[in-house]
Write a protein that binds this ligand. Structure first.
Ligand code: C5P
Ligand code: ZN
Length: 506
């Protein structure tokens, strides 16, 4: 955390500049704000934070949720931009398209009344060590573009889109400190609590301090299993804790719990959730799992504890035991809303609606879980994952929705399952509605990323090799792009070659 305070101050100065620019425009022109945000949990949290803060300032606003900020989206916006009296805010995307903003909005339309608040690496930058290039982009775009990488802050770990929006609304008005909990929900959505026991780094930890200070979040040590599923299911289907003998087996997990002398049925005759157990019972389970792993599986206790015991971020104003009480479950709910075309519902919930939107979201969450299960079963039962020498890939056909291909690819690679070969990256492809394109979502496991696989670079190289002038990028373990239907074979072939080169140098 070297120099965190200094970095943060510079970053806040940058936010103050763009905030003043926005206020000048709004006051002079009596204009409204149009927020564009991403449909995942982080994007929806970012949109909700901005919306709530503008509402408090009595500034009229509207929010548009996009699957991706594509070239065509920017062209469309630029065509209409002059006729509206609006200030635009792009959040949780925009850095990966900064050249398009420069060309389409500033150069072509002479339109400067917009800002980008994004935490992704900027266009054509594949790694945070490219300091000179980052500095160059910073110099060219600082009037409208705030990105943590410009200040030596790692946007993949230390701050999310929601955190960035939160930092922005905090320089707008200190009263917005109560939106800190939504920023934490967003950061969890982007899996930024990657420290030991799921702790946060950098600016995220400062945001968490804010949330604790104003009494919104309590941190509790807990077992790393879903707190709202029957515990035997939570253990059997844990994505992170692998316990051969129990993993995948609901019955044996239940027997394991019962042999500890814990009464596992609640008064309704259902199996208890983690939430329904007391500390003593949790302590028993924790000791038993540590013993099980160290004796039966020969794993060092310290390694198990790091995964088994986590910080749970509890939202003190929410009803205990509800989906919104645990920030991780809240984030999951937002993600489900976004992926099932109900992002605005997610934003309403994050902005505080606990009535209509919240009621409706239960159905969406259920639907989301069903769709995930159906998609995975379909992939496996029909052998839909195809192999090349260095990559594997699948087509979503009409089974996996466009918005969920990335999630499915992530589940294959990052979740705890033995059926999937994690030594090769996976590319999921889905036809984009009303377009002659495939959307591509690629994911790679940490163990091959550590050996040199960088999917963001691989996708860009493969596009170049295939003569495709398309936007693409992301991070080393997760990246995406869009390619014309008739280029798919050559694209995949070039991905295969590129990954081979990344791993073996030739
Ligand atoms: O869409 P998907 O979830 O597969 O995207 C994975 C990562 O790649 C995300 O971080 C996304 O922002 C990035 N991406 C990108 N440019 C694209 C598509 C995806 O930078 N055209
Ligand atoms: Zn994000």
């Amino acid at each position: 955390m070297d120099g965190l305070k200094e970095k943060f101050e510079k970053f806040q100065d940058a936010l103050t500049i763009v905030k003043n620019e926005m206020l000048d425009f709004l006051i002079n022109k009596r204009a409204s704000v149009h927020i564009y945000t991403h449909l995942d949990a982080d994007g929806l949290s970012a949109g909700a934070i901005l919306g709530k803060a503008l509402f408090r300032e009595k500034i009229p606003f509207q929010i548009t949720i996009l699957k991706q900020l594509q070239r065509e989206s920017i062209s469309k916006i630029s065509k209409n931009v002059k006729s509206f009296n609006k200030f635009l805010i792009f959040t949780d995307f925009g850095s990966g398209q900064y050249l398009e903003f420069q060309n389409e909005l500033i150069l072509k339309e002479n339109f400067n009344s917009f800002i980008v608040l994004d935490h992704h690496l900027p266009q054509n930058i594949s790694n945070k060590e490219e300091i000179n290039q980052l500095e160059n982009i910073h110099k060219k775009t600082y009037q409208w573009h705030v990105n943590p990488y410009f200040y030596g802050i790692d946007g993949s770990l230390e701050i999310s889109g929601a955190g960035l929006s939160y930092s922005f609304v905090k320089v707008l008005n200190e009263i917005n400190v109560d939106l800190s909990s939504i920023a934490i929900i967003g950061a969890i959505g982007d899996i930024q609590n990657k420290g030991s026991n799921k702790s946060f780094f950098g600016i995220n930890s400062l945001i968490l301090e804010d949330a604790k200070k104003v009494g919104l979040i309590d941190i509790k040590n807990d077992l790393n299993f879903s707190s709202i599923k029957p515990l035997n299911e939570a253990i059997a289907y844990s994505k992170e804790i692998n316990l051969p003998g129990l993993t995948g087996d609901v019955n044996r997990s239940l027997i394991f719990l019962k042999t500890l002398g814990i009464l596992m049925e609640n008064s309704n005759g259902n199996i208890k959730t983690l939430n329904e157990l007391n500390n003593e019972e949790k302590q028993k389970i924790s000791s038993a799992i540590i013993e099980y792993s160290s004796v039966k599986l020969d794993i060092e206790p310290s390694r198990i504890i790091e995964k088994l015991i986590i910080n749970r971020y509890l939202l003190k104003n929410e009803e205990e035991g509800s989906e919104l009480y645990d920030a991780a479950e809240f984030s999951n709910l937002l993600n489900a809303c976004g992926r099932l075309n109900s992002g605005s519902l997610g934003i309403a919930i994050a902005m505080g609606d606990r009535k209509k939107s919240y009621q409706k979201s239960h159905e969406i969450l259920l639907n989301y879980k069903k769709t995930l299960l159906k998609s995975l079963t379909w992939l496996y039962d029909n052998n839909k994952i195809q192999q090349k020498e260095y990559i594997q890939y699948f087509f979503a056909e009409d089974v996996i929705p466009e918005t969920m291909v990335g999630t499915i690819a992530s589940m294959l690679v990052f979740d705890n399952n033995e059926r999937f070969d994690k030594s090769k990256p996976i590319f999921g492809l889905v036809r984009v509605e009303d377009e002659n394109n495939y959307k591509v979502s690629a994911r790679a496991h940490e163990k091959i990323v550590n050996k040199g696989v960088n999917l963001s670079q691989a996708i860009r190289d493969a596009c170049d090799e295939s003569n495709l002038d398309v936007l693409g990028g992301g991070h080393p373990p997760a990246a995406g792009t869009k390619i014309p239907l008739d280029k798919v074979d050559i694209f995949l072939e070039n991905c295969d070659t590129t990954i081979r080169k990344q791993l073996y140098g030739k």
